[in-house]
Design a protein around this ligand. Sequence first.
Ligand code: SF4
Ligand code: SF4
Length: 311
Amino acid sequence: MIEMQLGPSGVNGRGSGDVPRQGELTPDVIEEILRKFLGLPAAPAVVAAKKGIRPSLCAGCGHRAAFYAIRATFPAGILPSDIGCYTLGMNFGAVDTCHCMGACIGQGAGFYHAYAAGGADFATIVVTIGDSTFFRAGLPGLINAVFQGARFILVILDNATTAMTGHQPTPQIGVRADGSEGRKVFIPDLVRACGVRHLREIDPYDVEAFTAALKEADSFIRSPEGDIAVLIAGHPCIVNRAARQAQAVFAMSITDDCVGCRVCIDAFECPAILFDEEQDRAQIDQNRCIGCGVCVHVCPTDAIRAEGSKA
Ligand code: SF4
Ligand code: SF4
């Protein structure tokens, strides 16, 4: 709009081709524009994970922490999921299926019955669904799965909002779309009302506790009295500024212990972790990193460090 008002001449912008016509104006893109404008040499060849190829979960997203723990705990697991920003878990192998909204729970039950028909041993099935999708379409599938005696782990990724479609509040928040107050409806109450007996609530930022809960859930579903285990992985969406400002912020760095294995890129895919091709090692992009500290759990050589709190 500003370019159009100023007219066609003398403006370095989208019209002149100096600014890309598509894509986000991320810090690296703006740096490139400024370097060209100021006649400075090109930036060093630091390449973001899969940069320019596909979108990824936000830096510091709690879903990534949950997905990482699920993949690490059950590398041969079957992982049905659903529609939301968490579908992006597909990028790093944490989501196997995505069909119509709410289908993931029915798929999990179907996979269980198909595999169990071949004998007592069955692959671990971990179904993931977002909190708003669960409210919208998850309940009938869960009731049926409990009633039919399916055995799988259901992880409800609860970020306390409907992030993908514009942060509409969920019934658990107690605020209607017009801002008025509504009577809250709680996910744990709904899960218990569906007949689920094994229910745990954990913040997935605590990767060790979440991993322990996954293992406990797997033991439950395989026990004689077991059926469905539900974990509520609760961590607020980090796009929610108030929630982000309320959490600890660590000063992150990667030490010389980095051996360039790319595990933090390929198995974790935080957009704040870049790979320096020239030096063959990972780096933290301090402009994107929110200092959540979760990536320290990922590096096999303990090269990623989280220190103190910047806040
Ligand atoms: S920081 Fe760790 S996980 Fe990432 S490339 Fe280096 S050694 Fe591998
Ligand atoms: S601390 Fe690690 S996981 Fe968290 S945003 Fe920064 S680079 Fe990503």
